[in-house]
Design a binder for this molecule. Structure first.
Ligand SMILES: *Cc1c(COP(=O)(O)O)cnc(C)c1O
Length: 423
């Protein structure tokens, strides 16, 4: 067993921890992962992220570091930067932010002072914590004003955003979010930001892979700064990037280092470089379009089974389901689905009458299942499982969940995941 264990050194040094990793590999292999912010990185990204680049300190930027011995690290980071610039069509890229939240904090540091007004989408409407929401530092150190979506169709009302922006004149205006099933109109935001005199930030954490693959319009020509994580649809390691026009390059770089961070995580930078290389291949363009095709097919199949979807469907990788009409709270449904081998997260829906920790909806998405080669033809099966599991949750029918779990395991074992051992 230990000879062909995937992590022989880990197994011999720390068998307890090794057993957790192995169990997680099994869980990721056997389950249908529908959390829209998750994915499977390739074996190559996994390898790059676990190298001795880990051992190196390199505060600064390529060619201007505060530590010696950067011959190789500089090449790694410069390669990641060049690939990011090429893939997203931007003048400047900073690949050092530790994750999406610190990347956004760097944007505040670059362009605002504590107490300044900033504007973003409200968290319960689909925005991100770091867009000025109260419990986040970005909402307590800055004055966050928030826009939402229309009650009748679940979409952004650009006239309302404009009115609010002209009234509040935010220093920074964020577009993008974590639970937005519809295309973001970057041009509309750009004209609002220009009128209001705001720095416009497109936070494309969720949709970066779709943009790279041409399955969502690019913000590159319309915004001041693009902020993104690297680990969602982009299918890289956990990390983030900030991209901008030349005029903002200095401010962004200074904010990331030395403003907020010390040494960059070079092993992550290497993984990002590999992921960007993969995302530039024609197969990734096909992947991005397949993610969207799968999400649309899944939305159609769910509507056909009587589910209510926020905004009535999806344009991207993400579907927000309102379970009110099924009589099951989101958390109860999410936990039942988990027992059935289908991993989702419970989520607020716009104008949710329930509390954030016990909301009305669940949020699902297709990046992970598409990475395993599932196609639109599988989506009716997936919708059936979800429907049966939600009904089973309502009826407290554990046996039904067990049956679904075995069906899920059978299908997933026929579709091995990138980066995981074959079971
Ligand atoms: C995921 C996400 C982030 C934060 O990323 P972390 O890496 O979890 O800090 C920021 N903004 C948006 C829109 C996101 O979806």
């Amino acid at each position: 067993m230990s000879a062909n264990h995937r992590h022989p050194a880990l197994l011999s040094t720390d068998p307890e921890l090794a057993s957790f990793v192995t169990a997680e590999e099994t869980l990721q292999a056997e389950t249908l992962r529908l959390i829209p912010s998750e994915n499977y990185v390739s074996a190559a990204v996994l390898e790059a992220s676990g190298t001795v680049l880990q051992n190196k300190y390199s505060e600064g930027y390529p060619g201007r570091r505060y530590y010696e011995g950067q011959q190789n690290i500089d090449r790694v980071e410069a390669l990641a930067v060049e690939r990011a610039k090429g893939l997203f069509g931007v003048d400047h890229a900073n690949v050092q932010p530790y994750s999406g939240s610190p990347a956004n904090l760097a944007v505040y540091l670059a362009f605002a002072k504590p107490g300044d007004t900033v504007m973003g989408m409200a968290l319960p409407m689909g925005g991100h914590l770091t867009h000025g929401w109260g419990v986040s530092a970005t909402g307590s150190w800055f004055r966050g004003v928030q826009y939402g979506v229309r009650a009748d169709d679940g979409r952004i009302d650009y006239d309302e955003v404009r009115d609010l922006a002209l009234k509040e004149r935010p220093k920074i205006l964020f577009c993008g979010g974590t639970a937005l099933p519809r295309t973001i109109d970057f041009e509309a935001f750009a004209s609002i930001a220009a009128e209001a005199g705001s720095i416009l930030v497109a936070d494309v954490a969720h949709i970066a892979g779709l943009i790279a693959g041409g399955a969502h319009p690019s913000p590159a020509d319309h915004v001041d700064v693009i902020s993104t994580t690297t680990h969602k649809t982009l299918r890289g390691p956990r990390g983030a990037m900030l991209m901008c026009r030349e005029e903002h390059a200095k401010a962004i770089d200074k904010a990331v280092f030395p403003g907020l961070q010390g040494g960059p995580h070079n092993q992550t930078t290497a993984g990002i470089a590999v992921a960007l290389h993969e995302a530039a291949q024609p197969s990734f363009t096909a992947y991005a379009h397949a993610v969207v095709a799968n999400a649309k097919a899944l939305a159609q199949a769910l509507l056909g089974r009587g589910f209510d979807l926020v905004s009535g469907g999806t344009d991207n990788h993400l579907i927000l389901m309102d379970l009110t009409s099924r009589g099951v709270p989101g958390k109860v449904a999410a936990k039942a689905l988990d027992r059935a081998g289908i991993v989702v997260n419970y989520n607020t829906v716009p104008f949710d009458p329930r509390k954030p920790f016990d909301p009305s909806g669940i949020r699902i998405g297709t990046p992970s299942l598409t990475s395993r080669g599932l196609t639109a033809a599988h989506m009716p099966v997936v919708a059936d499982w979800i429907s049966r599991a939600v009904d089973a949750a309502a009826a407290s029918d554990e046996a039904a969940l067990t049956v679904i779990r075995s069906e899920v395991t059978t299908l997933m074992s026929a579709h091995p995941a990138p980066g995981l051992p074959l079971s």
